[in-house]
Design a protein around this ligand. Structure first.
Ligand code: NAP
Length: 311
């Protein structure tokens, strides 16, 4: 199947790009990926997306974007891209064994949660270890849980978990949080939230029991090792760009983010554009993802019209 534009990813960047390209009359196919709707579908309430004065839940926001793209004729392919070829034209991508071709591609594959990298963590995923409070918080009614990290995600996860858990301990490796002040204030004021400052997680117990019973903490200054009893551990230490597929095809920076030009969303391959968290290591907001999705769509349209993008 061939279209003018192939969009990879179904977060705010992908859907915004699709709304713009399909509304501009370009045939547009969008591959949803492993997590249709992207990371926002794991957020209970999005309070800072403009236009929603009382907030909106992430799932609804993404479903609205999807419906808006469908309204203008975007074809949604429910599947996962296993390989791409940006060396030949038309460009192509393989999705679950099917080949899709396009004259321009917009990559909006986003980013995924980073894990601590402990072997116990890996063994206990789904058995008390999680990277998504929205998905798994419900299982921790009246339990004690730990959240690791000091950014917006960690604090949002912790605040959400207080709806279910008896106690939430935020384990952070420093004595200052990276999260925005409003979230810090809410977390500090919440009686169910405690902080374990300047601590890292050495191990998660108990692999043999097949469930989480405690975390082994190390104090970064004194090296003292302590155990904190808990029933669940939520990892919220940041995200990495989903760019494995594109290695060797387009230029990536040292952290794996796609490099786009200074004044457009084009990559080093003419006709291949990138938008959203996959090319953004600093802002990472739903609204900036949507904004760059719009920019990539306009750039892709200009490219297809044979116009030179101003450098
Ligand atoms: P982040 O801002 O990169 O924060 C990651 C946190 O994890 C930091 O506190 C970091 O500690 C800690 N950390 C990193 N690696 C660690 C390790 N190996 N062991 C222990 N701790 C570790 O990531 P994020 O919170 O996922 O946020 C990502 C972006 O999304 C940010 O731009 C954020 O503003 C945005 N976001 C916004 C909202 C919202 O506006 N509602 C919600 C969620 C996320 P250090 O502080 O010591 O580096």
């Amino acid at each position: 199947m061939k279209s003018d534009i192939l969009i990879l990813g179904s977060g705010p960047a992908g859907y915004t790009a699709a709304i713009y390209t399909s509304r501009a009359g370009l045939s547009t196919s969008l591959v949803s990926g492993l997590m249709p709707g992207g990371q926002l579908t794991m957020t209970v309430e999005v309070e800072n997306f403009p236009g929603f004065p009382h907030g909106i839940d992430g799932l609804t926001l993404m479903e609205n974007m999807k419906q808006q793209a469908l309204r203008f004729g975007t074809i949604i392919i429910n599947g996962y891209v296993t390989s791409v070829d940006f060396k030949r034209r038309p460009f192509s991508a393989e999705v679950d064994g099917m080949r899709y071709e396009a004259d321009a591609v917009i990559i909006a594959t986003g980013a995924s949660a980073i894990w601590l990298g402990l072997s116990s963590e890996k063994k206990l995923i789904g058995k008390g270890v999680s990277a998504c409070a929205t998905c798994d918080g419900f299982f921790f009614k009246e339990k004690d849980v730990v959240v690791v990290g000091g950014g917006d995600t960690a604090l949002e996860e912790a605040l959400f978990l207080t709806k279910f858990a008896k106690k939430v301990t935020i384990v952070h490796r420093r004595d200052a949080l990276r999260a925005t002040k409003i979230l810090q204030d809410r977390a500090m004021a919440n009686p169910k939230i405690e902080f374990a400052w300047k601590k890292t997680i050495l191990d998660i117990l108990d692999v043999d029991a097949g469930k989480v019973t405690a975390v082994k903490l190390k104090d970064v200054e004194s090296d003292e090792i302590t155990e904190l009893k808990c029933d669940g551990v939520f990892i919220a230490i940041g995200h990495k760009p989903n760019t494995e597929l594109f290695k060797g095809q387009i230029e990536l920076d040292e952290k794996g983010y796609i490099i786009t030009k200074k004044s457009s969303m084009e990559t080093n391959v003419p006709g291949v554009f990138a938008a959203g968290d996959v090319q953004d290591s600093s802002y990472k907001q739903a609204v900036t993802a949507a904004g760059t999705g719009c920019m990539a769509a306009i750039d892709a349209k200009k490219y297809l019209e044979g116009k030179t993008i101003k450098l």
